[in-house]
Design a protein. Structure first.
Length: 159
């Protein structure tokens, strides 16, 4: 999801800057890629972020990102998302042109836990038929053939 804000301070006319994220649903263990479009060439990018509506402490942080000559920048996170970062996020960029005009844009997204791997299926038993294998009764493994022996013993005892 991308949000574009047109805000400027100073005499310059506002320009539309857009901040996009590669996927609005990010997973723990993955890395986000952000795309900035329509920014002043050569300008530094300053980052702020909010998780679950609360400022994270990242406020106008400069990581050395710069806008390319065509007014865009493609920026991949340096570290993957961690479990502690799961939640609803807003990333905001601040860009200042050479005249001192400020421009901002937002990206709104969610970080979700990584999917839990399904357990491996139980290996198939070899051989066997009706009398092979077992079942559990009151936490005890009982061989499949035991009830048949018990029934046979009762039948023989009645004769």
């Amino acid at each position: 999801m991308a949000w574009s804000l047109r805000r400027s301070r100073g005499l310059g006319a506002p320009i539309p800057i857009t901040l996009r994220i590669d996927n609005p649903i990010q997973q723990v263990g993955g890395k986000a890629t952000f795309l900035i479009i329509g920014a002043p060439p050569g300008a530094p990018v300053y980052w702020s972020s909010y998780k679950n509506g609360v400022a994270t402490g990242e406020l106008n942080a400069d990581y050395g990102h710069r806008i390319e000559a065509n007014g865009t920048a493609k920026i991949e996170m340096s570290s993957p998302w961690t479990a502690e970062q799961a939640g609803d996020w807003i990333k905001e960029i601040l860009i200042q042109d050479s005249s001192g005009n400020n421009y901002t844009a937002l990206a709104v997204f969610r970080v979700v836990p990584a999917p839990v791997a399904a357990p491996a299926p139980a290996p198939a038993t070899s051989g066997g038929g009706l009398l092979s294998g077992s079942f559990r009764v009151a936490g005890v493994n009982v061989p499949n053939w035991l009830p048949l022996v018990a029934v046979g013993a009762v039948v023989l005892a009645r004769k």
